[in-house]
Design a protein around this ligand. Structure first.
Ligand SMILES: *[C@@H]1O[C@H](CO)[C@@H](O)[C@H](O)[C@H]1NC(C)=O
Ligand SMILES: *[C@@H]1O[C@H](CO)[C@@H](O)[C@H](O)[C@H]1NC(C)=O
Length: 248
């Protein structure tokens, strides 16, 4: 059984404010919410850091072109309160949210928006913990953990457990599970999403929901309904998985 997920739902996207103003707005909001790790493109001194972090996991290089729209801020939460504050500040600044785990959306959905949609990127790389409970055969996996980090953590704690998911180690568990998650063990144990038993989700109002409180429809949407569905009532990217699979 499994592990958990940190998913995020968002809905709102509006506004056409200039990027500079929006970057300042969200920076002020994040600072007052004690979110320490974020970067904006607005000052010359931060541009290099901003570009490096933005480029870091863009897997489809076509989307790292300087001509494409860039986020007003890149936020790297490392705690649940950080994540909540990040979501609320994006809303307050009328920014659409893109959530990136491993950057393997080859359509660029986790780090791009169209030319008229101001957006912020929440990169989950610092939310990458994996906690295995061998007794219950489950693990909680934060959605920023890559598949490689997930498999490694499980293998360090157990010689017999594994998790059914993809074979590329740098894929983020959040996006992978949101889209289903097919891998070498799937024929016998199903998709990654089939093995998720619970999830923790921060919705667009900043509420922290678990499987029961989010309801069946939302749980379905984050566990195979497809990630990064822009404009939909909800988007998700979370992840986690579990394991109920003997390693064979
Ligand atoms: C922000 O997170 C990145 C990625 O883990 C890390 O390299 C960087 O040192 C962090 N910066 C701060 C200010 O915590
Ligand atoms: C990010 O990638 C683009 C395209 O590959 C490149 O033009 C740009 O210089 C890169 N920026 C950094 C800081 O590496």
């Amino acid at each position: 059984m499994p592990i958990f997920l940190l998913l995020i739902t968002f809905s709102s996207l509006l506004s056409f404010t200039s990027t500079t103003t929006t970057s300042q707005d969200i920076a002020t909001c994040l600072s007052s919410g004690n979110v320490l790790n974020f970067t904006t493109p607005s000052s010359a001194s931060s541009t290099t850091t901003f570009n490096l972090i933005l480029n870091f996991s863009i897997q489809n290089l076509r989307f790292s072109s300087p001509d494409l729209p860039k986020p007003a801020a890149i936020i790297l939460p490392s705690t649940l309160p950080d994540l909540r504050a990040a979501v609320l500040c994006c809303r307050a600044a009328s920014l659409s949210i893109r959530i990136r785990s491993g950057g393997h959306s080859y359509e660029g959905l986790s780090y791009l928006a169209d030319h008229h949609t101001p957006f912020a990127l929440i990169d989950m790389m610092n939310l990458n913990q994996v906690r295995l409970d061998a007794g219950s055969l489950t693990a909680w996996v934060q959605t920023g953990a890559t598949l490689g980090e997930t498999y490694y953590a499980i293998a360090e704690s157990s010689d017999t457990l594994g998790f059914s998911a993809g074979s590329c180690p740098t894929v983020g568990s959040g996006g992978h599970i949101a889209g289903g998650g097919f891998g070498l063990l799937s024929r016998k144990y199903g998709l990654a999403a089939d093995n998720i038993v619970d999830a923790i989700l921060v919705d667009s109002s900043g509420r922290v929901l678990d499987r029961k409180s989010m309801g069946d429809d939302v749980f379905w949407a984050i566990c195979g309904g497809g990630g990064g569905t822009e404009g939909g009532a909800l988007s998700l990217h979370g992840v986690s998985s579990s394991s109920r699979f003997p390693k064979s």
